[in-house]
Write a protein that binds this ligand. Structure first.
Ligand SMILES: C[S@@+](CC[C@H](N)C(=O)[O-])C[C@H]1O[C@@H](n2cnc3c(N)ncnc32)[C@H](O)[C@@H]1O
Length: 322
């Protein structure tokens, strides 16, 4: 079927089927192009980017890391402008990821690829100025995986998408990622889930043989969404849990004085329930508290609202008619 769109649904389906048969379109691993995406994810992005060439649009990704998916997509579609957003705030203990990306963009001569070194929300807010007003036909979401970030990645990008855009969402094994896809799809009926694939666990928790298969596949799961206002694609939703306790818990945790210490506090809790010597976890918690202390001491123990100084009543103005 031919739609008034940058990418036809047939082109997206063909790209998925070709990727399932042969993961990579262009293999640059022997030239050192590695990263933390599955081979099928990389290959699908390459094929979608190639299919988008010549449509006056661009490729966009959130989560560049060391440049595997950005450079691979740009190599596969040399005439397609490709943009990658990353602020290099995590997964970068040596602080070298940005220079690795710069080096790779240079080594692979991908002059159509551009790094936007910013937080993703700030970058999305001003994206069209960076892309010369070109809208996004292929959008890869692989940045922060908390529920809100995943949902904002979809909501904030929606006005930036070209008709018929395709969205590839990595790490769909995580329930918060699937929940954000689910919530976006149920509130945006013009979009459809075209493909989903999962493994039984995160790659860190797989045995060696299953891990090897995942690395050659979709690694930590994938959701692929297409813009389908004509409803050609049968509507399905990614599986989510009926138990929403973890999302309700956000409110219970966020309002606590020591909310930022939740990861360290839970590591300590784990050691305690295991009956292990919890010294290391206790030391880590106290160390993390040291930098939070000045902020935390100014807070209440619980029910912090951060609403001091907000208006006691503001009624919006209504412009006079005519
Ligand atoms: C899993 S890595 C991306 C992997 C990459 N696509 C590849 O192929 O190897 C996730 C990236 O998201 C970036 N990230 C996390 N939070 C971010 C934010 N708020 N804004 C921009 N980038 C962010 C991290 O710095 C990290 O490099």
């Amino acid at each position: 079927m031919t739609l008034n769109s940058d990418l036809s649904l047939d082109a997206v389906r063909d790209a998925i089927e070709a990727t399932e048969a042969t993961p990579l379109l262009i293999d640059a691993r022997d030239r050192g192009l590695t990263g933390i995406s599955g081979l099928k994810t990389v290959g699908l992005l390459q094929r979608l980017a190639r299919a988008a060439e010549g449509h006056d649009s661009c490729y966009l990704e959130i989560g560049v890391f060391q440049g595997l998916t950005l450079v691979s997509s740009a190599l596969a579609a040399p005439t397609l402008p490709c943009f990658g957003i990353d602020n290099f705030r995590i997964l970068d203990p040596e602080g070298t990821n940005k220079s690795i990306v710069d080096q790779r963009l240079n080594d692979f001569a991908t002059t159509n690829a551009h790094l936007i070194n910013m937080d993703f929300e700030d970058a999305l807010a001003g994206l069209l100025a960076q892309t010369d007003d070109q809208k996004v036909s292929v959008y890869f979401v692989d940045g922060p995986h908390d529920y809100r970030s995943q949902l904002v990645c979809l909501l904030a990008a929606k006005p930036l998408l070209a008709p018929g855009a395709v969205i590839v969402i990595d790490d769909a094994n995580y329930p918060a990622v699937r929940q954000a896809t689910y919530d976006f799809l149920t509130s945006h009926p013009d979009f459809a889930l075209m493909f989903e694939a999962y493994t039984d666990a995160h790659p860190a928790n797989l045995d060696a043989a299953t891990l090897a298969a995942a690395e050659n596949g979709w690694l930590n799961g994938v959701n692929v969404i297409v813009h389908d206002p004509a409803h050609w694609v049968d509507r399905t939703l990614p599986p989510v849990s009926e138990d929403r306790t973890l999302y309700f818990n956000d409110w219970l945790v966020h309002r606590l004085a020591l909310a930022e210490l939740a990861p360290q506090a839970l590591a300590l809790a784990h050691a305690v329930v295991d009956g292990a010597d919890a010294k290391a976890e206790s030391t880590a918690l106290k160390a993390a508290y040291t930098s939070l202390a000045p902020t935390a001491e100014a807070r209440s123990r619980d029910r912090n609202t951060y609403s001091a100084g907000l208006t006691s009543g503001h009624l919006a103005n209504i412009k006079a008619a005519g």
